[in-house]
Design a protein around this ligand. Structure first.
Ligand SMILES: Cc1cc2nc3c(=O)[nH]c(=O)nc-3n(C[C@H](O)[C@H](O)[C@H](O)COP(=O)(O)OP(=O)(O)OC[C@H]3O[C@@H](n4cnc5c(N)ncnc54)[C@H](O)[C@@H]3O)c2cc1C
Length: 393
């Protein structure tokens, strides 16, 4: 019988990484998290907890903290070029799981809550993995600092542009599938005085939006437009600004004002929306999780839900199966059908009812019961167990 793994190196302290660390720690593993950024970031975009991901957050014990930090957006109104309302979507439509979710939070705030909930886990910021050598009994990892360590398992939770994926799975050109849409987002003044209400404006296939954040004291803006041959990014800030100006030219409503107000390009992000599609999420003792494995693209509105639920499913599989290969197979068999339907929905265009239905259409495995854990840990102790993007064909 294979020895049950104990030490787990998790690469990435976004959403999936800390969520997995919480479950692994609860199940008796020894996780360590390394994060490339020097510290937890502030700001950034909003993410949603829809459907069954709320049940996972509740089981993690963080749901109340998420609710307390949530962005309050009562509704979003689509306006014409003169600012006249066309239609309004409410956050409480479709049980709160529609296009505008009633449980939205800044990604950085969610990452902070998950970090705080994993106080006993070792985090190393400003560190990245530069080499991974998988072996039969463990994985040798070399860090940017030159340090080398051996871990029983390595989890790549390092996002859409995963370095772990590149190192272990290679540079498959088909893995990252562009959706044909670029999006820019930035912070700005709440110059319209919006109070818990968001506005959006469409001009052909270009879309712009503004929503109040930070208790209505400031606002977050986004601009989406067809990629039309632009490279996927990332972009240097000045280049991003040049492209945003160029691609928003001629748009009406508040767009010229919103774009002209971009004075701090350090807060301007531009990239192509993509999905990550892999034949398998695991190689040997290395497994991918969250956007690194199955980014559904922001167009799905489900990336965060998949990351949280995926962490829960992976940890549960590892806690019940001493053999990592069997655990990874269970993780993938359980989650992949939901991931594939989510990616398909993002490609086909997700309306409120379909997002809400899909977000709830996953049966969560039961949490691993304490007796099973005791047994697994006891066994270890005694050494007995020891198509391209949306044009899919
Ligand atoms: C503009 C935008 C809007 C979005 N809107 C929504 C939305 O409305 N709803 C929703 O649910 N989701 C949304 N998402 C997607 C959501 O943010 C992701 O699906 C979610 O954050 C995935 O979590 P993750 O932990 O897998 O990856 P991430 O949150 O990307 O975290 C990965 C972490 O790994 C770190 N990292 C990267 N490389 C390395 C390395 N080499 N070594 C160490 N660390 C590394 C990164 O710094 C980061 O902290 C949006 C994303 C974007 C970009």
């Amino acid at each position: 019988m294979p020895r049950r793994p104990s030490t787990v190196l998790i690469v990435g302290a976004g959403i999936a990484g800390p969520a997995l660390a919480l479950w692994l720690q609860r199940y008796g593993f020894r996780p360590t998290v390394v994060e490339r950024a020097p510290q937890l970031r502030r700001g950034g975009h909003a993410v949603d907890l829809r459907g069954v991901s709320r049940a996972v957050a509740a089981r993690m014990g963080v749901l109340e903290a998420v609710r307390a930090a949530r962005l309050v957006t009562v509704d979003v109104t689509l306006v014409d070029g003169d600012g006249a309302p066309i239609e309004t979507m409410r956050a409480d439509d479709f049980g709160g799981d529609g296009q505008l979710s009633d449980l939205e939070i800044l990604r950085s705030d969610l990452a902070g809550i998950l970090h705080d909930a994993t106080a006993g886990v070792g985090y190393r910021f400003g560190e990245q993995v530069v080499a991974i050598e998988p072996g039969a009994d463990g994985v040798d990892v070399t860090f940017g600092s030159g340090a080398r360590e051996r871990h029983d398992l390595v989890v790549g939770a390092d996002g859409q542009h995963s370095q772990v994926r590149r190192l272990v799975f290679g540079e498959s050109p088909d893995a990252v599938r562009p959706m044909g849409v670029h999006a820019a987002w930035w912070r700005t003044a709440n110059h319209l005085g919006l109070q818990d209400r968001a506005l959006e404006h469409a001009d052909g296939d270009r879309m712009v939006g503004i929503r109040p954040v930070d208790g209505n004291r400031s606002a977050a803006a986004f601009l989406g437009f067809p990629s039309d041959g632009l490279p996927p990014g990332p972009y240097e800030p000045e280049e991003a600004l040049r492209i945003v100006r160029e691609r928003s030219a001629g748009m009406g409503w508040e767009v010229p004002r919103l774009v002209a107000a971009i004075d701090d390009t350090s807060d301007l992000f531009l990239e192509e929306f993509s999905q990550v599609v892999l034949d398998t999420w695991a190689r040997g003792r290395v497994v991918l999780l969250g956007d690194a494995a199955f980014c559904p693209s922001p167009l799905s509105g489900q990336g965060t839900a998949l990351a949280l639920v995926g962490a829960y499913v992976l940890a549960g599989a590892l806690a019940t199966e001493p053999d990592p290969a069997a655990a990874f197979a269970t993780y993938e068999r359980t989650l992949r059908p939901w991931v594939e339907r989510t990616q398909a929905l993002a490609c086909d265009g997700a309306d409120g009812p379909s997002i809400a239905a899909l977000a709830n259409d996953f049966t969560l495995p039961e949490p691993v019961a304490a007796p099973a854990m005791t047994r697994a840990i006891g066994e270890t102790a005694t050494g007995r167990v020891g198509d391209r993007g949306c044009s899919r064909s």
